[in-house]
Structure formats: structure tokens, C-alpha cells
Design a protein around this ligand. Structure first.
Ligand SMILES: CC(C)(COP(=O)(O)OP(=O)(O)OC[C@H]1O[C@@H](n2cnc3c(N)ncnc32)[C@H](O)[C@@H]1OP(=O)(O)O)[C@@H](O)C(=O)NCCC(=O)NCCS
Length: 170
């Protein structure tokens, strides 16, 4: 995505995060409300323009339906020089648009871009119980490297985070 998409992206970002823990969804994000949106604007505005050797680089791809963003996948580069070869992935599709292949397609786009860009590994965390996301990541080759009990406390709930990695060096 580019700066022209920033407002559409942020609208999606807020709508999607508001679904966490509601309407049949388990909690899937550590950010329980929209207070982070100002931070999201600033980090994307700057991160989208950063090259891959700068701290704070971000690349985001969106799924658009009738001009609105309904899903996204993001890669965030490592913050320090020693982790700059890796990226952390986040993905989300708004509830009415799930189960139609958008999540898989977004993930495949990000993975193939990362491979081309020379990213050595993609890391992610998925909250225990999020079986749909776990199934998707496993099908795409991510492997579980650890289970982090009480990694987050969201709205008073202790969350176990499952850490997964896709090794792109092979
Ligand atoms: C996880 C998520 C991104 C998947 O996106 P999606 O568009 O719904 O997924 P897709 O339609 O591309 O399906 C991908 C895989 O998900 C799984 N899946 C899809 N619908 C499913 C369902 N109803 N139940 C269980 N698994 C399901 C299947 O394994 C499917 O594999 P396939 O492509 O071989 O059929 C999306 O459901 C979502 O945003 N969920 C809430 C936010 C979230 O959990 N984000 C990830 C946090 S780590």
C-alpha cells in the first residue's frame, strides 16, 4: 500500500481490531481498542517509505472490495540491525469477508515478496485457540518454534502465544 491508501487502511485497521474477542471471535490481537490508531498512522506513514536496511520498515498489502480495504497483511522489519534480516507478520480479514480465500492470497503475496526481497525468515505469533489462523499458517509452511504462556494480558485475560517461523533461507 502507499500513502494514498492510508485512510482506507486505517479504517480497516480500526474495524478489524474491534472484532477481536467479539461476535464469536476469540481475542486475536493484543490491542483491545482503537487507542493505537494514531500510532498506526505515524508508523505506516513513515514505515512504508523506509528501505529494508532502515529500522521500522513496514510493507502492507490490502484486499480491496468496492474501494474499501477489507483485509491486510503486513511485514514489519526487525528494529535493530542484528534483526533486520527478519520480518514479523500480521494478517487480518474483516469477518464478512473471511473464508473466501483472501487470507491465503494475502499471505502468499507477502511471502513471495519477502522471498524476492531476501528476507531470511518471517516470524509471527498466534494466540492459542485461533485454529483458523493456525491451520492457514501451517499450510503455508510456518512451523511452531515455541509456546509462550501468559505472553499477553488482554482485558484481564491471560493469553498463550504460539510462535511460528517460516524459514526462507532454504
Ligand atoms: C485468519 C484469517 C486471516 C484467515 O483469512 P481467511 O480469508 O478467512 O482465510 P482463507 O479463506 O484464505 O482460508 C485459508 C485457510 O483458513 C482455514 N479456514 C478458512 N475458513 C475456515 C473455517 N471456517 N474454519 C476453520 N478454518 C478455516 C482453512 O485452513 C483455509 O485453508 P485452504 O485455503 O486450504 O482452504 C482470518 O480468518 C482472520 O482475519 N481472522 C481474524 C483475525 C486473525 O485471527 N488474524 C490472525 C492473528 S494471528
Amino acid at each position: 500500500m502507499s500513502l494514498d491508501d492510508l485512510d482506507a487502511y486505517l479504517e480497516h485497521h480500526a474495524l478489524h481490531r474491534a472484532e477481536s474477542g467479539k461476535g464469536g471471535d476469540s481475542i486475536f490481537t493484543p490491542f483491545p481498542d482503537s487507542r493505537e490508531v494514531d500510532g498506526a498512522r505515524s508508523s505506516r506513514k513513515h514505515g512504508w517509505n523506509k528501505s529494508l536496511d532502515e529500522p521500522g520498515w513496514i510493507r502492507t498489502w490490502g484486499a480491496f472490495v468496492e474501494g474499501r480495504v477489507v483485509g491486510d497483511v503486513e511485514l514489519h522489519g526487525g528494529d535493530i540491525e542484528a534483526t533486520r534480516h527478519r520480518a514479523f507478520l500480521g494478517v487480518g480479514v474483516q469477518r464478512p469477508h473471511r473464508g473466501t480465500g483472501l487470507g491465503r492470497s494475502l499471505m502468499e503475496t507477502a511471502i513471495s515478496w519477502a522471498r524476492e526481497a531476501g528476507v531470511a525468515g518471517i516470524d509471527l505469533g498466534v494466540f492459542e485457540g485461533n485454529s483458523r489462523a493456525l491451520a492457514l499458517y501451517s499450510k503455508l509452511g510456518f512451523e511452531i518454534v515455541g509456546t509462550f504462556e501468559d505472553a499477553f494480558r488482554v482485558s484481564g485475560q491471560s493469553i498463550t502465544d504460539i510462535r511460528m517461523v517460516l524459514d526462507l533461507r532454504k
